[in-house]
Write a protein of this length. Structure first.
Ligand code: FES
Ligand SMILES: [Fe+2]
Length: 412
């Protein structure tokens, strides 16, 4: 065991059960690099949507810390992923977020790769280059419900469970019949773990998300909900489960909409659930009214909200008429890049069927509220005055679960 590994292990061991993460989890030298290796290079990462690359040669790129990944559809229709790095002297190949290419040509000395990653030309080398051995380095790819997942691991963890769950849960939403209405990129001045910790509880929602708490039941835990609210949730869930629920997919009242996730003891790193919206809310919009045509198989608005998530970088909330998907990518110990995607039915036309000024505000506002919290929490946890306080067993059980997942994943 190297000295660096020993110190990471020693650091992980300082976490006390039932408390938040110790200060050094957010600033120890070398820890972020270990996170990139163990969490980010080890897991399955949501990269984007298959419908973003509909034709041969369509590509998208994304960066996991300093590692750029190229996702491109080949002439055979298959979506592949490669390290976005030239096999000659390492120049980054594609420099934009997305685009279309006849071939992948390195801007430095023009080595040329096919859309399937094979090296097809390296003019002027004249010294018996083994082209077959110098194709782009391929990465593992899976596509489910039009979600593209990529793993940078040589031998990734099993994907089959996620495939099965997301295919079934996502089917009625019709991701394969969706299109992008808008993406918004956010740069959050906080460690990626703080963003997940924030995502895993709604204890802060009453104070920070006045619009969100009107629409969802997440803040109503068993002890605090009135009988009237309990009856309302139970009735809404029963309706939704009867129509759209998978077995065990509708979350019962005691935990509001917050499914228990993750579950490191059972190896659960992905899940989905469908939960009810509050009375008067057909969708997650500012006024609760529908903001786009119905998606997927839905025949009416009474579908609640489908939620799906996978560690380390994906979550979504999908209503009857639109879905908002969020992708997280680490960009340093104190910087996290977030992208939210607003999806609508692929036949929906902007200006006629929906307007961005009605579609975007609900989640754009919620996002901005959360990123602001994370930024200020990052500042706080870096202070020598910070010591991790207790987590609420009723409100923050998922934060505790996330921390336990993190520690377990870091230990490998
Ligand atoms: S570095 Fe790409 S062709 Fe030389
Ligand atoms: Fe929040």
């Amino acid at each position: 065991m190297t000295a660096a590994m020993t110190s990471v292990e020693a650091l992980l061991a300082t976490r006390r059960e039932g408390r938040g993460m110790p200060r050094d989890f957010y600033l120890a030298a070398g820890l972020y690099e270990a996170e990139v290796r163990n969490v980010w290079h080890g897991g399955w990462l949501f990269a984007g949507f298959a419908f973003e690359v509909p034709n041969a040669g369509d590509f998208l790129t994304f960066a996991v810390d300093t590692t750029s990944v190229l996702v491109i559809r080949g002439d055979d229709g298959i979506v592949r992923a490669f390290h976005n790095v030239c096999r000659h002297r390492g120049t980054q190949l594609c420099r934009t977020d997305q685009g279309q290419l006849r071939a992948i040509v390195c801007p430095y000395h023009s080595w040329t790769y096919g859309r399937n990653g094979e090296l097809v030309a390296c003019h002027g080398m004249h010294d018996g280059v083994d082209k077959a051995a110098l194709g782009l380095k391929a990465l593992h790819v899976e596509v489910v419900a039009d979600l593209i997942y990529v793993s940078l691991a040589e031998t990734p963890i099993a994907f089959g469970g996620l495939r099965e769950r997301f295919a079934a849960a996502g089917a009625p939403q019709g991701f394969d019949r969706a299109r992008l209405a808008k993406t918004i990129d956010y740069e959050v001045d906080a460690n990626w773990k703080l963003v997940w910790e924030n995502n895993r509880e709604c204890y802060h929602c009453t104070a920070r998300h006045p619009q969100y708490v009107k629409s969802n039941f997440d803040i109503h835990d068993e002890e605090h909900a009135s009988d009237a609210v309990r009856r309302e949730i139970t009735a809404a869930l029963a309706r939704i489960e009867a129509k759209w629920g998978l077995p065990g997919d509708a979350v019962a009242h005691p935990k509001g909409g917050l499914a228990t996730f993750p579950d490191p003891d059972r190896g659960v790193w992905y899940t989905s659930n469908r939960t009810a919206l509050a009375r008067g809310f057909e969708t997650e919009s500012m006024d609760g009214k529908r903001v786009a045509p119905l998606m997927g198989d839905y025949g009416d608005t009474d579908v609640g909200v489908l939620r799906m998530r996978s560690l380390p970088n994906f979550w979504l909330h999908a209503s009857c008429d639109h879905a908002v998907v969020t992708r997280m990518l680490p960009a340093g110990m104190r910087k996290t890049r977030m992208r939210s995607y607003w999806l609508v039915h692929r036949h929906a036309r902007e200006g006629e069927d929906y307007d961005l000024d009605r579609l975007l505000p609900f989640w754009n506002l919620t996002n901005e509220q959360d990123w602001d919290i994370c930024k200020w929490q990052q500042k706080g946890v870096e202070s020598i005055g910070y010591a991790p306080g207790p987590l609420s067993q009723r409100k923050e059980y998922n934060v505790d679960a996330f921390i336990r997942w993190y520690v377990k994943t870091m230990r490998g």
